[in-house]
Design a protein around this ligand. Structure first.
Ligand code: HEC
Length: 188
């Protein structure tokens, strides 16, 4: 009786592994195309894992830089050079990259991270977010630059006038066609 039960479990596990193997090797379980929306399971797994990682690893200390105009201006400049192609500019228009990126990159002028703790935003910029297209900038930017970027993102919706002007004049590096045109072609 017990033997049959154990054998049953082994058969189910082996059959499951075969299904996963065939699904992956035939490109059915993890399709390779980027012009799709992620499934519920994929989204849940990615978010749950990211939240747990933030709880474990993100610093709870505040941004060490003062909220000064030069720091904010540096953050905006860095954002224009390294981030706007995926996260958009002040007018919210997506670039050709943002319109076709899988995972979808939040357009920060609309879906900003002002409420997130400094250490969480710092962690995401420094380490990147695996399998989403969000690069890790820890190797290419200095610690100070990552904090300047975090500072700008934290204050994006309440910038002093001089910084606000710099933010508003950042240009979309490669504007995508309007949403209606993209929808006709099945885009996001
Ligand atoms: C190649 C595209 C790409 C570039 C360039 C990029 N990101 Fe991202 N970023 C993403 C994607 C995609 C996500 C969403 C990840 C997810 O689904 O968890 C993301 C997520 C984030 C988040 C988390 C947003 C949230 O709602 O929690 C922050 C903060 C962020 N990026 C900041 C930056 C900064 C700052 C830069 C520039 C230094 C940058 N990113 C450059 C693609 C990009």
């Amino acid at each position: 009786m017990l033997k049959g039960f154990v054998l049953g479990i082994v058969v189910v596990i082996v059959a499951g592994l075969v299904v996963v193997y065939v699904g992956v090797t035939q490109g059915l379980l993890i399709p390779a195309n980027a012009d799709a929306r992620p499934g519920k399971l994929e989204t849940w797994a990615a978010h749950a894992s990211l939240r747990a990682t933030m709880r474990r690893e993100a610093s709870t200390s505040p941004n060490p830089l003062p909220t000064s105009i030069p720091n904010l201006l540096n953050g905006i400049k860095l954002y224009g050079e390294n981030c706007s192609m995926c996260h958009g500019v002040a007018d919210g228009s997506p670039s050709t990259i943002a319109a076709g990126l899988y995972q979808h990159a939040p357009q920060l002028a609309k879906d900003g991270v002002e409420d997130d703790p400094d250490g969480v935003t710092y962690w995401k910029i420094y380490h990147g977010i695996r399998m989403t297209g969000m690069p890790s900038f820890g190797k290419s930017l200095s610690d100070n630059q990552v904090w300047e970027l975090s500072l700008f993102l934290k204050h994006m919706d309440k910038l002093p006038p001089q910084a606000e002007r710099a933010w508003k004049t950042l240009k979309n590096p490669a504007p995508a066609a309007p949403a209606t045109e993209r929808a006709k072609k099945g885009g996001q």
